[in-house]
Design a protein around this ligand. Structure first.
Ligand code: ASP
Ligand code: MG
Length: 439
């Protein structure tokens, strides 16, 4: 069994949906197709939810009407006249009357999740109808019947495996399954999700639960590139990455893959393959437990970083200081990305600033606190680059003239991270490509 996950742009129009159906059918292995919502849909649904939360029913109605129009247009393009076209319009009318029902009543936090789930529910339903019309024998498995997170918002692997297994048993002899990415139920059985971009994560969790032979992530680019193509010209796709390299790149800003996707695949030893729907013949990036090649393979950048420096005379020769500092971040459930220390101060970075003021208030008990916003972490990634390979020197040579706020080196074997003001990001990325990859 292989997992084939298609992202929002891959199913972003009637034409794309048709191409994806053909593409999936061209793979002869048994498969589970995991779909995102059509591109832009989840954003629209969340905007509708936001309008409702602000009691702006007029704006919500306007947005709902617009989205509904778009979907009926897709249905018209997707189906020839007749039965399937009728079915698709009926199906969409049902979803939109459900979406509209929220405009009549109180709007709660959980209803935002129910609203956000409609995108994947509609894309998969349309896809399944299209497969049926085209004579591709397929089965739509509702993700809400098996995908589940626990009280800590972590996937409930046991539940997923048991229930997905039970769903699959209902269809002996079938080999083309379709399900929704992103959506799940929580520990209370309510509709929930795996956070924005979570369809990749769904694909990995399903792949692990089914012991798939590969988890394919189909997107709109030929795999991981050696630098961010939005800022640097002439970047190149990378043929092979190790799980660790891919995890670092995904975490430190490569938008191509949701960062949580790698861990379950790595634990289960299932290769993750990034492929391009617009260019299916391209090799893409294959991610396995093997590292290949030497040196820096790729650069990634993560924006929206805030650096916090805590300076305290009390830190000098003291123990337990770090624990107290870290505890504050733990209390406010705020992950730390980078840290550096000197004898009397510690600097660290966060990207979630929703609890920043409370964090600062608590840190002030231990010393003076300074914060710097609008920073970017630039990461150079490659297996073994932190081991006297000269990689650090190349990175610093490339970055000469750029103000560096923090450096993290040696924390892992495969990452050198540098914190710079975001206004220097473009310059830094281009200088690194020029220096490291002769571009
Ligand atoms: N549709 C969801 C989102 O836009 C999940 C995904 O596409 O991966 O975040
Ligand atoms: Mg995505």
């Amino acid at each position: 069994m292989i997992i084939m996950k298609f992202g929002g742009t891959s199913v972003g129009s009637a034409e794309r949906i048709k191409a994806v159906a053909r593409l999936a059918a061209s793979y002869k292995e048994p498969k589970m197709v995991v779909l995102s919502a059509m591109s832009g849909t989840t954003n629209s649904l969340l905007e509708i939810a936001d309008s409702l939360a602000k009691k702006n029913t007029g704006a919500a109605h306007e947005r709902i009407n617009l989205l509904e129009k778009k979907y009926h247009f897709v249905a018209d393009e997707l189906f020839k006249e007749g039965e399937y076209r009728e079915m698709s319009h009926d199906l969409l009318r049902e979803h939109f009357s459900y979406i509209r029902s929220f405009t009549l009543d109180l709007f709660t936090a959980n209803e935002i999740k129910c609203m956000a789930a409609q995108g994947e529910l509609m894309s998969t339903a349309l896809f399944e109808l299209y497969c049926r019309e085209s004579g591709i024998a397929s089965v739509l498995l509702p993700a809400l019947n098996f995908m589940r997170i626990d009280r800590e918002q972590e996937p409930d692997h046991f539940y997923i495996k048991e229930n997905l297994g039970r769903e699959l048993e209902k269809y002996p002899g079938k080999s083309f399954f379709i399900t929704q990415g992103f959506i799940c139920r929580n520990a209370f059985g309510e509709v929930d999700n795996l956070k924005r971009g979570g369809s990749d994560y769904s694909a990995a969790l399903i792949g692990v639960a089914m012991n798939a032979s590969a988890i394919q992530i189909w997107t709109d680019i030929d795999g991981f590139h050696d630098n961010d193509p939005r800022f640097v010209k002439n970047t190149h796709a990378i043929a092979e990455l190790s799980f660790d390299e891919a995890a670092e790149l995904a975490y430190f800003g490569a938008k191509i893959l949701h960062p949580s996707t790698i861990l379950p695949a790595k634990v289960a030893g299932i290769p993750v393959i990034i492929k391009n729907t617009l260019n299916p013949g391209a090799a893409g990036t294959t991610i396995t437990d093997k590292a290949s090649g030497k040196g820096i393979k790729a650069i990634a950048a993560k924006d929206g970083i805030t650096a916090i420096r805590v300076k305290s005379g009390r830190m000098l020769l003291a123990y337990g200081f770090m624990r107290k500092v870290f505890e504050i971040f733990e209390i406010y459930k705020t992950p730390i990305d980078m840290i550096t220390t000197s004898e009397i101060s510690v600097s660290l970075t966060i990207d979630d600033t929703s609890r920043l003021s409370r964090i600062i208030d608590d840190l002030k008990h231990y010393g003076t606190v300074e914060t710097d916003q609008d920073h970017t972490i630039i990461s150079a990634v490659g297996e073994g680059i932190a081991e006297g390979s000269g990689a650090a020197q190349s990175v610093f040579n490339a970055l000469s003239g750029i103000p560096v706020r923090m450096i993290s080196y040696g924390g892992s074997q495969h990452n050198i991270s540098i914190l710079i003001p975001s206004s220097f990001k473009n310059q830094a990325l281009n200088a690194l490509s020029a220096h490291l990859f002769n571009q």
